[in-house]
Ligand binder design. Structure first.
Ligand SMILES: Cc1cc2nc3c(=O)[nH]c(=O)nc-3n(C[C@H](O)[C@H](O)[C@H](O)COP(=O)(O)OP(=O)(O)OC[C@H]3O[C@@H](n4cnc5c(N)ncnc54)[C@H](O)[C@@H]3O)c2cc1C
Length: 395
């Protein structure tokens, strides 16, 4: 791939679309817009590429979801992931080793069976497994607590960083400006759109996309919109490299533990640990995470008891009240588009959301996901049985 560096100097004074946030979501939208010929686009990123959640995640990509819409969206994301290397010209180490979910409570069985039936109906080959069948896939598992499992051999894992570089590179090559170390500090609304104040000067934009992840409430507040998503610290670590032995991503539903083996042999693993949630994005590492994770991991995989940890880090989940994304224009601010609230699954969703957003912004064709993910769903009375949105499970 020919070397292309992010845009230097101040951003151009005006553009059709300004995207706030150079994470995977903003860059995917920028690339897809440019691919459709809309290149008058400026991406404004406060730090370096991969500074936010996009540079800190586990790279898990799965089709196992509990709503038909999400299963279908992820089927589409898979097609894009499979073709990414050829289309974008960068290897993202995409590997379809499957996802194995373990249920340790009888109460989880019914939901698991329902999800598997839904996924099968939509064409995803997930199957229910007994504990022994799960152990046939990962012989090192201690399945004494496991009541059942489900497994889709087509799910997978990728390496996040080249994904961002690839999108940025191809957007730049088509004429999009990508400005790093460029912070958006204020947004004025005007008749022709918006005036963004950045640390490198002002930019007028007809339309603005808020793709600032866990910082999206702060960006929305600049145009007077209060978003309900909040940052939640999610921690993760990687171990010394081991000889390859683990094919799927494994996840324990009750604890939120997940682990996979990278192509370099490291075990990459995380778990949900409570935090004192407030509006601040926190990225510090905690001993509490390390001990919680070590205990649960060794319970499930006793043979990992002596593995050495090389690196521990944290990143922000951007969590909406119902665990589903917040998309589209907020009431009263036409031309300001939200792409946030993706929790622990924004990376895998970014290829398809980028594509659908670009289609909407260039042709006016609006996919069903934008209607289902509107901000104003939080101010409406929910119908009995919920609104069909996804519960939050691991990435
Ligand atoms: C530890 C961890 C593990 C995860 N595992 C998975 C997984 O396995 N699979 C999966 O699909 N997802 C996973 N996720 C979630 C996934 O990483 C996110 O959903 C996704 O990366 C969100 O992308 P984004 O572009 O919306 O946000 P980000 O990548 O956070 O990008 C937002 C950007 O906005 C910039 N910004 C903020 N304020 C401003 C401003 N004022 N001006 C300019 N720029 C600004 C930030 O610097 C940042 O770069 C995980 C997340 C974490 C933290």
């Amino acid at each position: 791939m020919k070397e292309l560096t992010p845009t230097v100097g101040p951003p151009k004074r005006s553009c059709a679309i300004a995207i706030v946030g150079g994470g995977v979501m903003g860059l995917s939208i920028a690339y897809q817009l440019a691919r459709r010929g809309l290149t008058d686009v400026v991406v404004l990123e406060r730090g370096y590429l991969a500074q936010g959640a996009s540079g800190r995640n586990g790279g898990g990509v799965r089709m196992q979801w509990s709503t038909e819409l999400n299963v279908r969206l992820m089927q589409e994301s898979f097609v894009l992931c499979r073709h990414f290397a050829l289309e974008i010209g960068v290897n993202v180490w995409f590997r379809q080793g499957g996802y194995l979910f373990l249920a340790t409570r009888e109460a989880e069985r019914e939901k698991m069976e329902r999800n598997v039936a839904l996924q099968n109906r939509v064409g995803v080959p997930t199957r229910m497994l007994s504990p022994e069948e799960a152990r046939a896939i990962v012989p090192e598992l201690d399945v004494s607590r496991v009541v059942c499992a489900c497994y889709n051999p087509k799910d997978g894992v990728l390496f996040p960083w080249p994904f961002l570089w690839g999108y940025a590179h191809q957007a730049l090559a088509r004429g999009v400006e990508v400005h790093l170390f460029t912070e958006v500090s204020a947004i004025e609304r005007s008749s022709g759109g918006f005036l963004l104040h950045t640390s490198k000067g002002p930019v007028k934009a007809e339309r603005v996309v808020n793709a600032a992840g866990a910082w999206s409430p702060q960006i929305a507040r600049l145009v007077g919109v209060e978003l309900p998503d909040r940052p939640h610290r999610h921690e993760i670590l990687s171990t010394e490299p081991l000889k390859p032995f683990l094919t799927p991503m494994v996840s324990v539903l009750s604890s939120g533990l997940y682990f996979s083996q990278s192509m370099r042999g490291e075990i990459v693993t995380g778990i949900t640990v409570e935090d004192h949630d407030d509006d601040q994005v926190k990225m510090g590492s905690r001993l509490k995470f390390l001990t919680t994770l070590a205990r649960e991991l060794v319970r499930v995989m006793p043979r990992l008891a002596d593995v050495k940890i090389l690196r521990q880090w944290a990143g922000p989940y951007d969590v909406s009240p119902d665990g589903a994304p917040i998309l589209g224009e907020p009431p009263g601010v036409p031309g300001f588009y939200l792409a946030c609230g993706f929790g622990g699954h924004g990376f895998m969703m970014s290829p398809v959301i980028g594509e659908l957003y670009a289609e909407w912004l260039t042709s006016g064709r609006r996919h069903q996901v934008f209607d289902e993910s509107r901000l104003d769903r939080f101010s409406k009375v929910r119908p009995p049985g919920g609104n069909g949105h996804e519960e939050l499970i691991i990435g």
